[in-house]
Write a protein that binds this ligand. Sequence first.
Ligand code: 7RM
Length: 631
Amino acid sequence: MNRITSFEQYLSEYKKSVENPEQFWSKQAEEFVWKKKWDKVLDWNFTEPNVKWFIGGKLNITENCLDRHLAERGNQTAIIWEPNNPNETGRKISYKELHSEVCRFANVLKNNGAKKGDRICIYMPMVPELAIAVLACARIGAIHSVVFGGFSFQSLADRIHDADCSIVITADGAFRGAKDIPLKSVIDEALQTCTSVKKVIVLKRTNTEIKMQNSRDVWWQEEIKKVSADFPAEEMDSEDMLFILYTSGSTGKPKGVVHTTAGYMVYVDYTFRNVFQYNKREVFWCTADVGWITGHSYLIYGPLLAGATTLMFEGIPTFPDAGRFWQVIDKYKVNIFYTAPTAIRSLEAVGLDFVKPYKLDSLRVLGTVGEPINEVAWNWYNENIGKEKCPIVDTWWQTETGGIMISPLAGITKTKPSFATLPLPGIQPVLLDESGKELLGNNVEGRLCMKFPWPGMIRTTYKNHQRCFDSYFSHYHGYYFTGDGCKRDENGYYRITGRVDDVIKVSGHLLGTAEIENAINQHPDIVESAVVGFPHEIKGWGIYAFAIDDHGRKDTDELKKEIIATVTKFMGAIAKPDKIQIVKGLPKTRSGKIMRRILRKIAEGDFSNLGDISTLLDPNVVEEIKTGRIN
Ligand code: 7RM
């Protein structure tokens, strides 16, 4: 398949994509198998918003991920699976095998009552059956909603409830490093409040003892024996929902970001092949969990659409030791490696002894995603992992964008440490000042927005279109607002500076401060809390919680431990606060709004410029909080 091969070509493709977007994207879309071709390429406005691509087209994305490849590469490995424990045997699944596994599980879903349009929650470890479950949903036209296995029961229940899921696919447990996480018991707890769920399909993975509820729970391994490997793909409309993926917002519960079939397919395929410059037969490894958008787009859909070999790793970077990533790269001769800056910084911190035993000579391209990468980490990655021979692609994008938006093309765009560089063809970023005026020219800094639609973009937030408008299209009329601050340097290169709203990127995971506060407030002694981020050397951002203890408990160490346990229980270990300060009051305006700006400054340890605090209901609380700051 064609792709950009030179910087001159990038420039000319970019120009074409802006001058005639419909022609540009229909050319990309023609490469796929359609049951019926589209009638119209694009219909859009950013005021409702209403965005539709490839209108009237009929297709099934799994035919493009699987069936389409069978003739040419049926026996090629589609998925390499590396288990958590290096002594357990991994798996290599060919395109032919993956095709029949997906068809079989599609039959299992049908046998268990699933229909086109149903929402199915997937809460699983990083095993091949997770990819099979995702693709089987798409095959039957059900909408998958994958929930990261690190989220605990309240977060899980909120997501299942919001999407009205009728089926949950899970496993008895998950191996993660030395831990054994009891997924099924978390499901059981969540389902006490989710009445929409009629069936739970359980994969046996850890052999942990679990309770199976009669008539509701069935074993994957039993169900799969009853079915054939024949399942004709359901015909889907271009704009039929493919999946919902929940992402944290500044306020309230997480939002169900909706992606639809054709546009998402065209966009992830185009970005995968061009950004990584994927060559036939190369091994691609994205370390993200499928519970996040990066896993959806660049572990499953992007690579499979391109007929690539994609590596799925069940474990963590530090088990059994901090050389695991590098060992796996050598073991499977990985050519393209895509990970998060947090992982790079934590592996940098343990020293080169963990890198030295490995050759890493199969590597051709390195990538990063999820948060800004600092120059030191970029250079370490370049020198010690890429041996200064591998281009690094610093890819900026979001759950809502579906795929990579601003990034170098590997080996084509000249890189610059900590810059995501240039927009991909079809992407029209603008920087706005606070009043919403476009900042023209170079050497400017503002809020990153998009002024034109792209095929992979969010269509709505599930069952709540107003929230989609409010979150992304209401700040600046006629623009999609990303929530990020950004600089454009003298050469037009983009550098993302970070979030300007109340969400924090902790170890590359997007967490809403409101969701963490809700979890903290579950503790019986806490009446109110406020969470902000603070700069953290490894994680990028850490979590700082201010909490009001209603019961005047003396033993704050004990109380803090309990708060951490509460957050872990309700939301998950990923949201554990790094610092907790018990306070008597929070800085609030007369209208009762918490002034987070002040708390952020205090958390950072910067007491200068706290701004005008005279409008506070009780300015004295600021002194008390300053005095008790946790270092
Ligand atoms: C893919 C993903 C989105 C937020 C986004 C940014 C931050 C992502 C980069 C980055 C600087 C990058 N989706 N972000 N990539 N910041 N450089 N290369 O992470 O929905 O979970 O988060 O992540 O703040 O708005 S996400």
